[in-house]
Ligand binder design. Structure first.
Ligand code: MN
Length: 249
């Protein structure tokens, strides 16, 4: 297949965590035309990603506070609000219940709810959300009337939770690792096709022994084409159309 045939979508990538490869990753995003939501893990690093995105066509800088950093970085929450006025893209935010510390889980919920509430005030924010072992509480925090676009990244909850998330209007971004695992693929089969996007979660997702880069979203497109039993080109066009609807105001 001609790899330049369609624009790709990487709805969740940590562009700022590629170290010395960062410049070539950014260059490749533009050259290969990969619409990339560049998530950040703390407000103090957002300015860097925002600067990377200047004069770029395919890079969408997102302001975030990762749930696993809420304990050590919650003091940065006040630095998040001004950036929320600068970009429509928000992430990585959400909940992570790998911790069994109930106080910490509560602190994560307080931070996530505060961010959702400010986003709702704008009404058009596009939020990429982490929900490891916490899908029910993430869905409850979003609620059924949220104004904006919520993308559940690397969703790994139950079938029932997936159905609830779909019912309240959530989107799902799917990466190559999800497609490769049996449980991940079973969830992907249940996702509403008109609310599925691709992602890499690079550099955390691995392709062989290297960190995934945005153009590896093509692997997710190929996997989805198999699940949906259709030509890769059609899936690619469908994902791009989904992305345009996801970010439309
Ligand atoms: Mn991530």
């Amino acid at each position: 297949m001609d790899s330049t045939a369609f624009d790709l979508v990487d709805a969740h990538c940590h562009v700022d965590l590629f170290g010395k490869e960062e410049a070539s990753v950014v260059e490749q995003i533009e050259r290969r035309r990969v619409h990339t939501i560049a998530v950040t893990n703390t407000p103090s690093v957002f300015f860097h990603t925002r600067d990377l995105a200047v004069n770029k066509r395919y890079l969408y800088p997102a302001i975030g506070l990762h749930p696993e950093l809420v304990d050590s970085r919650s003091h940065e929450l006040d630095r998040l609000w001004p950036h929320l006025a600068e970009t429509r893209f928000v992430g990585e935010v959400g909940l992570d219940y790998v911790t069994s510390d109930l106080d910490l889980r509560r602190k994560q919920r307080d931070v996530f709810s505060a961010i959702l509430s400010r986003c709702a005030d704008y009404g058009d924010r596009v939020i990429t959300v982490h929900s490891r072992r916490s899908a029910s509480d993430v869905i409850a925090a979003i609620g059924s009337n949220f104004q904006g676009t919520v993308i559940l990244h690397w969703f790994s909850g139950t079938r029932r939770e997936l159905e609830r998330a779909a019912t309240i209007g959530c989107w799902f971004s799917v990466n190559p690792t999800m497609i490769r695992s049996k449980s991940g693929r079973q969830l992907v089969e249940l996702m509403p096709k008109d609310r599925v996007l691709t992602e890499t979660d690079g550099p955390f997702v691995k392709i062989g022994n290297r960190g995934a880069i945005p153009s590896d979203a093509l692997e997710a497109v190929r996997g989805l084409a198999e699940v949906w039993n259709e030509p890769v080109e059609r899936t690619g066009a469908h994902i791009l159309d989904n992305f345009r609807r996801a970010i439309a105001r």
